[in-house]
Design a protein around this ligand. Sequence first.
Ligand code: NDP
Length: 338
Amino acid sequence: NKQIVLRAYVKGSAKQSDMILKTSTIKLKVPEHCNGAVLVKNLYLSCDPYIRTRMSFLQGSYVDSFTLASPIQGYGVGRVVDSSHPNFKKGDLVWGMTAWEEYTLITSTERLFKVQHTDLPLSYYTGLLGMPGATAYFGFYEICSPKQGETVFISAASGAVGQLVGQFAKLSGCYVVGSAGSKDKVDLLKNKFGFDDAFNYKEEPDFNAALKRYFPNGIDIYFDNVGGKMLDAVLLNMRLHGRISACGMISQYDVEELEGVKNLFNIVTKRIRMEGFLVSDYYHLYSKFLDTVLPLVKDGKITYVEDISEGLESAPSALIGLFSGRNIGKQVVVVSRE
Ligand code: NDP
């Protein structure tokens, strides 16, 4: 059983060499003492920014640090090879919390969902139809309460979550602008995902000036994926009674010194509602999300771009790539296609 394990806790920028390949032996059978467990062959693994957070030594955080020398844990899609759980049987396709290895014994099935619809690419359950999709859907509709004609700004807009938020916002009749870190991504936002406009933040030293250009009358809704300096500039450009969905702050995950935000007083003066959320707060509504999103995907009203990396061995480099913006769309790692 090939595995990708964490070598040591990381401070500052994570490197590919912080993770190493290890091989262990495993019996392809759920052990007798593991009642209610499921043995899964991993097919697709999901590279998510929060994985970097768990590579640090954490105390009192919303997640636990990974265990050193144990496989990295994360979301994935797999096939059940053996089960002692009444709801899962051999051959079932599942998505949920698994680990970066070929086979994983899942003893807690709280975060394991059966794949019911196989007429779309299975890898979509790491993105569009999985955790990032639900993040975009609930983080936008539940937190932002969008209304037709409102202005929406999305950072890290071409990523797993951002590309969907933009499309939901367009379906809600909003004016949508995204920021991303390259010309190709900006083109994707405008030409593939139907954003009204987009800009490359790496070529805009003054974020405040850029936002003023795209939103001369201000921003009603900000879907924040990056935090830091961009959040600070957005605060200056929010409209009265604006809403900010605090989804993530990727600019702060891979640094030693956290950045301060100076313009928070705008929250008071502009009566802004800024709310954080974790997608896990909404998993009980997952089937509602699927019922809404599946028809939109099948009718071509929502599209999705993935960045596919081949082989378990490529997972460390794919993960590190998220922090320099190497991925274009949802970063997926293929462990096996069958
Ligand atoms: P992405 O697919 O968007 O990948 C990360 C992207 O972030 C990169 O491609 C890069 O794009 C951008 N990025 C990296 N470093 C920086 C930086 N310093 N400043 C600005 N942008 C940067 O990731 P996801 O869509 O999966 O995640 C987006 C956000 O949503 C993250 O903050 C994540 O933690 C959060 N999240 C929150 C959840 C929740 O429950 N609240 C659940 C899932 C995700 P670019 O080239 O544009 O710079």
